[in-house]
Ligand binder design. Structure first.
Ligand SMILES: Cc1cc2nc3c(=O)[nH]c(=O)nc-3n(C[C@H](O)[C@H](O)[C@H](O)COP(=O)(O)OP(=O)(O)OC[C@H]3O[C@@H](n4cnc5c(N)ncnc54)[C@H](O)[C@@H]3O)c2cc1C
Length: 441
């Protein structure tokens, strides 16, 4: 059996590792020209669901390297006002074990982990254009450079703008969530650290500002220093052995983003980059605390990017064939619950198991694809709905409406401050959070 995967992102590479470990022939075709391209980075929170999938699919030593390359685990979930006042701070659980822990990983580092040891599997510079199914049950993928590849199963792992989905499920709809976000990255230095309180420096902070402006602040501290050398001798063996560190450009940083409904931002913001985009972030956050605005001023212009947040419309099940989809290619979701990458990883682990069952003769390949899709579609689109409904990631959220927005802001701040103060509510909040994110009971 040969599996062809389009897209060497989070889900596609996880699946490729799992298949390769099982001795199944697999080829990944990635649009980027090389391992060094597409390394823009922001924090991705990997939860127990994602950890479990990575542990299932990656070789054990690479999984250990993944754990070693994560940033320090956040210790608090904070809610801040635009004046930097902490209205709620909820201590998060300590790392329990390799699976039942929340991890902060830089997107570019995770990408390098997933490329490790896969030189013979991944083909860079392959921009998928279309496919053809043949009567003998095989399927051929075609690329913009005139080449093609034929296999028994074709997997769309090519993200939100999936060209494969457009041909296979032309009725599947990606739509705007109505939110624009500006993401920035500022080096963590003694100067920038001094701008943060202890809780903020050690946690994840959601900023509920007035005038319909929300923000998120993460501090990413890695196990290597500015020169890429391990900070602690006990990490040296794994990190020095790992070739990916030569390609990864992540150094300790602060990830600060601001978002709101589109009308809070100027027309054409999606074309803005660098200093112009940072100036826009400063303009929309004029009433924010000077320390928060200083983080924007000190941020790396090259790393700032605007984002129009997308979501997807649930698709009715279709008749399974030798083409399937995973991750954002089928169920793009807003970052509201922080589970897009985790769901792509969950898909990869599930599909991998099903393909192995087919390869070992326990079921047909078609039954394997059917089994995967029957499970993936309900949980995938449930998460799309949950994500749209959370943390103001839909432009329809009352937070962005004039007048009623003030009440919504008051309600949101009060909810979190009561949750932080009342032990029973705090326990329930944490239990729900960790259960949703796949922690073992
Ligand atoms: C600001 C932000 C914050 C986020 N935070 C979190 C978080 O905390 N936790 C979380 O779980 N998720 C988070 N997400 C979501 C997460 O990043 C995505 O859901 C996840 O990367 C999806 O993985 P994927 O494998 O489906 O697609 P991707 O990782 O996007 O990979 C798709 C790959 O396909 C390639 N490709 C595209 N077109 C073609 C083509 N025609 N031919 C060949 N290759 C192609 C692309 O180059 C890319 O490498 C966040 C997203 C955003 C925007």
């Amino acid at each position: 059996m040969k599996v062809i995967i389009i897209g060497g992102g989070t889900g596609g590479m996880c699946l490729a590792h799992g298949l390769r470990q099982a001795g199944i022939e697999v080829a990944v075709h990635e649009r980027y020209g090389s391992r060094r391209d597409g390394l823009y980075g922001y924090r991705v929170g990997i939860d127990p669901t994602g950890n479990r999938a990575l542990r299932q699919c990656l070789p054990p030593r690479l999984f250990d390297t993944f754990v070693a390359t994560c940033a320090r685990t956040p210790r608090h979930f904070n809610v801040l006002t635009q004046s930097k006042h902490v209205t709620a701070s909820i201590p998060l659980r300590d790392d329990v074990d390799d699976v039942n822990s929340e991890r902060s990983v830089s997107r570019s580092t995770l990408r390098q982990i997933l490329f490790t040891g896969m030189d013979d599997v991944i083909h860079f510079g392959k921009d998928f254009t279309h496919y053809e199914q043949h009567e003998n049950g095989t399927v051929t993928a075609y690329f913009a450079d005139g080449t093609h590849d034929t296999g028994d199963l074709l997997v769309a792992a090519d993200g939100t703008r999936s060209a494969l989905r457009r041909q296979f499920l032309p009725h599947a709809e990606i739509k705007e969530a109505g939110i624009t976000s500006i993401a920035t990255k500022t080096a963590l230095t003694p100067e920038t650290r001094a701008l943060l309180s202890a809780e903020t420096a050690n946690g994840i902070s959601l900023i509920f500002g007035t005038k319909g402006l929300l923000g998120m602040l993460h501090v990413m501290e890695f196990k290597w220093d500015a020169d890429g050398n391990p900070k602690n001798p006990e990490d040296a063996a794994l990190l020095q052995d790992w070739s990916g560190l030569q390609f990864d450009n992540s150094r300790d940083y602060i990830n600060l983003s601001v978002w709101s409904s589109h009308e809070h931002f100027p027309e054409g913001i999606e074309q803005q980059r660098g200093a112009e985009l940072i100036a826009t972030a400063l303009r929309v956050t004029e009433n924010w605390h000077p320390d928060l605005r200083r983080l924007f001023e000190l941020s790396d212009p090259e790393a700032a990017f605007p984002l129009r947040i997308s979501t997807s419309v649930p698709v009715e099940p279709w008749k399974s064939t030798n083409i399937t989809l995973l991750g954002d290619a089928i169920h793009t979701m807003t970052p509201g619950q922080g589970v897009g990458a985790n769901t792509a990883l969950r898909d990869a682990a599930l599909l991998c198991q099903e393909i192995i069952a087919a390869d070992r003769g326990r079921k047909t390949l078609l039954a394997a694809v059917e089994g995967y899709e029957a499970e993936m579609l309900p949980y995938g689109f449930a998460r799309v709905a949950d994500s749209l409904d959370n943390n103001g990631t839909s432009g329809d959220d009352p937070l962005y409406k004039p007048g009623v927005g003030r009440l919504a802001l008051f309600a949101a701040r009060t909810y979190f401050s009561l949750t932080a103060k009342i032990p029973a509510l705090r326990r329930k909040f944490l239990e729900d959070l960790y259960t949703y994110r796949g922690a073992d009971a």
